[in-house]
Design a protein around this ligand. Structure first.
Ligand code: SF4
Length: 366
């Protein structure tokens, strides 16, 4: 290494240390009071609570997780309670959070922890990553935040902060950008005195200050170190990712109620969208919505009346719902059964099906 190179490395190290120190101090003074951040008398986080929270927070807003987290922990207070629950109980407690594969993975992870780790969430990132549904992000978060290991954590918030800090015009969401972000996060966390607090601080800054669109640079502890801010590029970076289009699918559901106010329900297939959850009898097509005569024939109904249409967006699909009502057929369609509303409310239901069957407006549609 030449003398000039040595000076550049020392300068970079000094900047990295200033960033980690300023950010950690800011986090200690400004961290949101979130239930999964509670500590015991010795100041330690609960690893099981962190595992549940991280599973819930993937692709879900904090405000929505706050509505569900405490009830989930009350129902499954420790990893043994979760491991011993049935899948249906877990999915039911998860109802409303969406992305139900995460709930199944969390359930399997709890079983794995009880079987292979004596009921203790593993400490190191490598063992954590062997748990179902635990990727590099969740492993890094638990290893650093709960156990203090210098493991990097990168999510969309962290990548955005990094790209702005370095005034990088890399496109967010590209594999090369992700690799760069993980390397950058590794370099920074290695210089942090408290790796867990630093990782959480990066995520918190991205969620509350260095937000998408126009960031609040005037309130940012990294203002002096930020290259995008000093170049006037803060609100134009990062370069947005190119989104893949959603695939349109067509679900025609029939709400059928009998004289005892029971509703016909069916369980969805074990694989695919909303796997294993419950819904009103539904005809699904990928090319167009089923016609009224097709729906009547499919379920053996004499007459159906259209009630409403709405579109529900998932990550990869644009689900076009057409909702009908009908009086009961002479015999229930295959694989359907009667259930009263209170029973249905306790079953695992995706948000659109909760709206269709129970009239609960818990979703944003267009
Ligand atoms: S100064 Fe502005 S752009 Fe830079 S990290 Fe802070 S909030 Fe983000």
């Amino acid at each position: 290494m030449t003398k000039a190179q040595g000076k550049a490395v020392a300068k970079d190290c000094g900047r990295a240390t200033r960033i980690t120190t300023a950010l950690t101090q800011w986090f200690r003074a400004n961290a949101r009071d979130l239930p999964w951040r509670a500590t015991d008398a010795k100041g330690r986080r609960n690893a099981y609570h962190a595992l549940v929270a991280e599973a819930m927070l993937q692709q879900t807003q904090v405000s929505r997780v706050l509505e569900k987290y405490s009830a989930f922990i009350a129902r499954f207070p420790d990893v043994h309670a979760l491991a011993n629950a049935t899948e249906e109980e877990v999915l039911s407690a998860w109802s409303g959070l969406g992305y139900y594969r995460r709930a199944r993975h969390l359930h399997h992870a709890a079983k794995n922890i009880c079987k292979n780790h004596e009921g203790k969430v593993p400490e190191d990132a490598e063992s954590l990553r062997r748990l179902p549904g635990v990727g590099r992000y969740t492993a890094g978060a638990i290893a650093s935040i709960v156990y203090g290991h210098a493991e990097p954590v990168v999510d969309g918030n962290v990548t955005r902060v990094q790209l702005r800090l370095e005034a990088s015009d890399q496109r967010q969401g590209e594999p090369a950008t992700e690799r760069w972000a993980w390397k950058h996060a590794s370099d920074l966390v290695a210089r942090a005195a408290d790796p867990g607090a630093f990782n959480e601080a990066m995520m918190e800054l991205g969620a509350t200050v260095c937000t998408p669109g126009v960031p609040r640079c005037e309130a940012c502890p990294l203002r002096k170190a930020c290259r995008a801010a000093s170049l006037g590029l803060a609100s134009t970076l990062p370069v947005p990712k190119v989104r893949a289009g959603r695939r349109a699918v067509y679900h025609s559901a029939v709400v059928i109620r009998d004289r005892q106010n029971r509703l016909l329900i069916q369980r969805r297939p074990e694989r695919g969208l909303w796997a294993g959850m419950y819904q009103a009898p539904t005809v699904e097509r990928e090319d167009r919505a089923a016609t009224a005569s097709e729906i009547k024939k499919w379920f053996g109904l004499a007459r159906i009346v259209e009630k409403e249409r709405f579109v529900f967006l998932t990550t990869h699909r644009e689900v076009h719902f057409a909702i009908f009502t009908s009086s009961p057929p002479p015999s229930p369609p295959a694989a359907a059964r009667w259930a009263c509303p209170s029973e249905i409310a306790a079953l695992p239901l995706a948000n659109p099906h909760r709206r269709i069957l129970l009239g609960e407006e818990t979703i944003q549609t267009r």
